[in-house]
Design a protein around this ligand. Structure first.
Ligand code: F6R
Length: 239
């Protein structure tokens, strides 16, 4: 696991962008695994800026998103479908038919997404990390081998995400469909971004703690090519 500590969020986003751009430049047909949430917003801004200023093409890029809420309309402003359009897809020349997000509410829908994922190899999987160590929506206790599955969100995640739903935990969808840890670990390369002091404990457990299903992100210690890009606050508990 390569850990890069940056002065602040802006520098962190630029560093993460360098990793992303390297993959896209080396392979214009790259398959990207994408994440939502506030952590990658700065990276997406850098990608859009680079597209506008330098014309880096996404015409042959394919994407698969990590997760999506269950029971939320795709056009709801807080769906991950809307998030991806708002922050990236609407601003670069990626073809809509090449973008994929989990959709549906049943395990059969999740199995269909996993079957699609099994046909490809993700070149770069982007991740954030939850305060409880989740990646995707793989909450503590999820099996390391899990494929794409339907998840009941934990209270900690519902509370963390209520900021997007009028600070009302009852408005947050209680379930999501998420790539599993097994799906994530098949990616060739993983880029995890985290910022802020409220991620410091999870980051320490991921990087320095034991590999345990209690901390889903700790499985990344077993992946051969992981780059973790942090701001100082998120790195503050690392020894
Ligand atoms: C989002 C995702 C989640 C987030 C995590 C951190 O697609 O899979 O694991 O990365 O909850 O969220 P933020 O970045 O909002 O702190």
């Amino acid at each position: 696991m390569k850990v890069i500590v940056c002065e602040n969020y802006e520098e962190e986003s630029k560093k993460a962008f360098e990793v992303m751009k390297d993959v896209i430049q080396k392979n214009p047909h790259a398959i990207l695994g994408l994440a939502t949430g506030s952590s990658p917003e700065g990276l997406y801004k850098e990608m859009v800026k680079d597209y506008e200023e330098n014309g880096t093409s996404y015409a042959d890029i394919t994407s698969y998103n990590l997760d999506e809420y269950v029971g939320i309309d795709r056009n709801h402003p807080e769906s991950y479908y809307s998030f991806m359009h708002k922050h990236l897809f609407d601003h670069v020349n990626i073809k809509p038919e090449n973008t994929h997000l989990p959709e549906g509410s049943t395990q059969a829908d999740a199995d269909a997404y996993e079957a699609e994922l099994k046909k490809v190899t993700i070149d770069l999987q982007l991740l954030g990390i939850g305060r409880n160590g989740h990646i995707g929506f793989n909450e503590p206790g999820t099996s390391f081998d899990a494929p794409t599955h339907i998840v009941d969100l934990t209270q900690s995640t519902l509370e963390a995400n209520s900021r997007f739903f009028d600070n009302d935990v009852n408005k947050v969808p209680h379930q999501a469909m998420s790539m599993g840890l097994g799906s994530i670990m098949r990616s060739k390369k993983i880029l995890l971004v985290a910022n802020g002091a409220n991620k410091a404990d999870a980051v320490k457990a991921m990087v320095e703690g034991p590999v345990t299903e209690k901390v889903p992100a700790s499985i990344l210690q077993k992946h051969p090519d992981v780059v973790v890009v942090l701001d100082k606050a998120a790195a503050s508990k690392l020894s």
